[in-house]
Design a protein. Structure first.
Length: 401
């Protein structure tokens, strides 16, 4: 054989006798076939086998199996981002002339997606009060193809009565999709509460190290899985094996990371409730937080993300106080090892029912640092915020669990 040919891997290295604890990283665009017939039938393999790197490798399939098990689903599909999971689920469910319902507390990219993209396809979007339960039936008609729930909602963290919403939708044959970002399947499993789709932004807690963007959709119905897989093909969506192997690594420590973030966040949320500059703390485990009773009924715990509505009087000192935080990075995403703070000058947009406060809001994602360091850091910042609030104008939520 010539050098040029010897440079190429013609023969496989034997793997017999090699077993590691790790899911192997398989990279591929081309996948090879032993026979012409199996090559010609490769399209049948996109759902469960291997036909082309875009449609799955043993590494991405391993991640899909892990997610399906955690969500108590029969199948899961990994896609390029959490938002891609929302897009794919919506487009595979609704056609031109139909309507999709979103909670008013939805992830912020939903609104421009609805107005600038879905509308252009002839798909109507209707926003509804996240605190509605079975009354959602008033919004359901023959045109509604899909109801989204996001429980708890982005930033404002309203926990929804998902079983009541799902029952009302199913009574009319309408499917229900849940965005399970905040709780992860370790704290909440939407498919066990009546939802047909559970989407997870893997970029958050499941990967958990702020270095991967990926999403997943879990379903029980295999026909739905096949439809999602078909649509992911039409949209050219796939997921990188390298990133999938990082998420598989992240999931191995998910339970202990969540336990730590949950415990620290609960302590800090309670602490901040008593601060004069704080109008309201939104954290599903606090009794005054909207939908707390549904959280207690349906969730097995909480995570490390909560929001704080601040007195508008703090505006002049807020940026300085946040920039002085030592252990909180300023940033938008969450669910990683490091604590992160996001600042909203205004409360998020509401089209159905106004929020009780106008903002500003800070959203905290509590990481794995020692809670005492985080506490001291936050106390210093809130000393500055409290000093900006006139004493007579303050109100607090009172004692809480
Ligand atoms: C982050 C997030 C998404 C989007 O996930 P990406 O992977 O960042 O695209 C969707 N929904 C919610 C509730 C989120 O928090």
């Amino acid at each position: 054989m010539h050098d040029e040919t010897l440079c190429l891997p013609i023969r496989k290295t034997p793997e017999d006798g090699f077993e590691s604890l790790v899911v192997p990283l398989h990279r591929a665009s081309t996948i090879t076939f032993q026979t012409v017939e199996s090559y010609q039938n490769r399209r049948d393999a996109i759902y469960d086998g291997y036909s082309y790197g875009l449609y799955g490798t043993p590494t991405t399939r391993a991640l899909e199996m892990r997610i399906a098990e955690l969500e108590r689903a029969s199948r899961a599909l990994v896609v390029p981002s959490g938002f891609a999971a929302i897009v794919l689920t919506t487009l595979a469910s609704a056609q031109s002339g139909q309507c999709v319902l979103f909670p008013d507390s939805c992830y912020d990219t939903i609104r421009p997606f609805a107005a600038n993209f879905l509308q252009g396809l002839g798909i109507k979007s209707v926003f509804y009060d996240p605190e509605v339960g079975s009354e959602i039936s008033q919004l359901l008609d023959d045109d509604v193809a899909l109801v989204w729930v996001e429980s708890p909602g982005s930033i404002t963290l309203e926990v929804q009565d998902v079983p009541a919403i799902a029952a009302a939708a199913h009574a009319r044959g309408i499917k229900v999709a849940a965005d399970n970002a905040w709780a992860t399947p370790l704290r909440y499993r939407p498919l066990e509460h009546g939802c047909d789709f559970s989407i997870i932004p893997l970029s958050k807690y499941l990967n958990g190290h702020s270095d991967v963007v990926m999403g997943a959709i879990a379903v029980r119905d295999v026909a739905l899985y096949r439809r999602l897989k078909d649509f992911s093909r039409y949209l050219g969506m796939g997921a990188s094996s390298d990133d999938a192997s990082l998420v598989l690594r992240g999931i191995e420590t998910l339970a202990v990371r969540l336990d730590r973030s949950e415990a620290s966040a609960h302590i800090l949320a309670q602490l901040l409730q008593a601060r004069p500059s704080v109008l309201e703390v939104r954290h599903p485990a606090l009794v005054a937080s909207p939908g707390h009773d549904f959280w207690k009924r349906d969730f097995s715990g909480s995570s490390g993300v909560f929001s704080v509505f601040l007195d508008p009087a703090v505006r002049p000192v807020l940026a300085g106080a946040v920039e002085a935080l030592e252990f909180f990075a300023i940033g938008a995403s969450w669910g990683g090892t490091r604590s992160v703070v996001a600042i909203l000058n205004q409360a998020p947009l509401r089209s159905v029912r106004p929020l009780p406060h106008t903002g500003p809001i800070i959203r905290l994602s509590i990481g794995l640092e020692h809670v005492e360091d985080l506490r001291a850091d936050l106390e210093k910042a809130f000393d500055r915020l409290d000093a900006a609030v006139p004493a007579h104008a303050t109100q607090t939520q009172g004692a809480d669990t």
